[in-house]
Ligand binder design. Structure first.
Ligand SMILES: [Zn+2]
Length: 309
C-alpha cells in the first residue's frame, strides 16, 4: 500500500490570478439520479449544451476571459463541433470522465477504462493532448484513493477533484494547489476549487456560490488569491439559465440544481467581468510540463502554447 501514500508539496503559483473552470455536462448529469447517469437507462431528456456552449463562449470572448472546460466523453461524442469550438476560441479542454459515474461506484479497472476512453476520445477529436482531469461530483475525495494514481498513470498532468468541502471531496483536503508524488516517480498537480468558507467547508461554486452575495464571493476570492496566488472557480452551463427545471428532479438533486439559480446568469456575467479569469493551462501548463520535459510540445487550448486548431 506504500505506493498509495504519496508525498505532497505545496505549489508556488503567486501572481497567477483566478482560474475559471466549466464542467461540461447537461442538467441531468446529476449523481443523485442514477437512471439519468447511466446512458442505457436514461429516458429521452431535453439537452441544452449544443446552444448553451456557444453562448458561454461568446460571453467569455466579450469579457476577454479564458477557461478550462472539463468535458464528459459522452458529451464530446454528441456535440463534437462544440468541443472543437472551445479550443478554437482559445480555451482549454480537459476531461470529466467518459460518463458521470461516482468513481467509487466503479472498480479500479472500470475507472481506468472510463478515463482512458474519455481521454482518447477527446484527444482524437482535438488532435492534441488533454492534460487535466476532474472526477464527477468530486468523487475521488482523498489523496490516498488508488484511483488518483490511475489518473497520473493515464498521462494526466493535473487533477482538480480533491475539493476541501463538506459533502464534496473531503473536509480537510488542502485548499491550496499542490504537487502529489508517488514512490514510483509519477507526479500529478492538484488544483482544488476554492472555498467560500474554509471554516464551514462551503464551495464558492455550486449552489452556495450562487446564493452568496457578491461581497461575500469577493472576500473569499481575494483571500484565496492573496494567500495562494490563484483560485479555481467552477460553473456548469446549466447554472447560467433562467428557466424552469426542464425535467424531473426531486430532493437533493433538485436542491443542487435550483437553489440560487434564478438570476445567477447576471451574477455570473458580473463576476466574469470583474476578474481576469484564465484557464488552468495558462496558469500552470508551461510550468508543470517544464518540470518534467524541457521542450513542451504544442498542446490543446492555451496549455503552454497560443491555442489549438
Ligand atoms: Zn460533473
Amino acid at each position: 500500500m506504500t505506493t498509495l501514500e504519496p508525498e505532497l508539496r505545496a505549489l508556488d503559483l503567486r501572481g497567477s490570478g483566478p482560474i475559471l473552470t466549466v464542467d461540461v455536462e447537461e442538467w441531468y448529469h446529476n449523481c443523485w439520479v442514477p437512471e439519468y447517469i447511466d446512458p442505457s437507462r436514461r429516458p429521452p431528456l431535453i439537452e441544452e449544451l449544443d446552444w448553451l456552449l456557444p453562448e458561454l463562449v461568446d460571453w467569455l470572448e466579450e469579457a476577454g476571459r479564458t477557461a478550462t472546460f472539463f468535458v464528459l466523453g459522452e458529451v464530446a461524442r454528441r456535440v463534437p463541433a462544440r468541443i472543437r469550438g472551445l479550443v478554437r476560441a482559445g480555451h482549454e479542454v480537459a476531461c470529466h470522465g467518459d460518463h458521470h459515474y461516482r468513481v467509487g461506484d466503479l472498480s479500479l479497472g472500470d475507472f481506468r477504462a472510463d478515463i482512458e476512453r474519455a481521454k482518447a476520445c477527446l484527444e482524437d477529436l482535438l488532435g492534441a493532448p488533454v492534460r487535466g482531469y476532474r472526477s464527477p461530483e468530486w468523487s475521488l475525495r482523498r489523496v490516498g484513493n488508488p484511483r488518483l494514481l490511475e489518473v497520473a498513470r493515464a498521462g494526466f498532468d493535473y487533477d482538480s477533484s480533491l475539493a476541501p468541502f463538506l459533502g464534496a471531496g473531503r473536509l480537510g483536503n488542502p485548499s491550496h494547489p499542490y504537487a502529489i508524488r508517488w514512490r514510483e516517480g509519477t507526479e500529478l498537480w492538484e488544483l482544488p476549487p476554492f472555498p467560500l468558507s474554509r471554516r464551514f467547508g462551503l464551495p464558492a461554486g455550486g449552489w452556495t456560490g450562487r446564493v452568496a452575495s457578491d461581497r461575500r464571493f469577493e472576500k473569499a476570492l481575494t483571500r484565496q488569491l492573496e494567500e495562494f496566488g490563484t483560485a479555481v472557480w467552477v460553473v456548469h452551463p446549466w447554472e447560467l439559465l433562467d428557466r424552469e427545471l426542464p425535467g424531473d428532479l426531486t430532493g437533493m438533486a433538485r436542491l443542487i440544481h435550483d437553489l440560487g439559480r434564478r438570476g445567477f446568469r447576471q451574477v455570473f456575467r458580473r463576476r466574469l467581468q470583474a476578474h481576469a479569469w484564465r484557464s488552468i493551462g495558462q496558469v500552470a501548463g508551461g510550468r508543470s510540463r517544464e518540470a518534467r520535459e524541457p521542450n513542451p510540445e504544442r498542446l490543446n487550448g492555451a496549455w503552454g502554447s497560443e491555442g489549438g486548431r
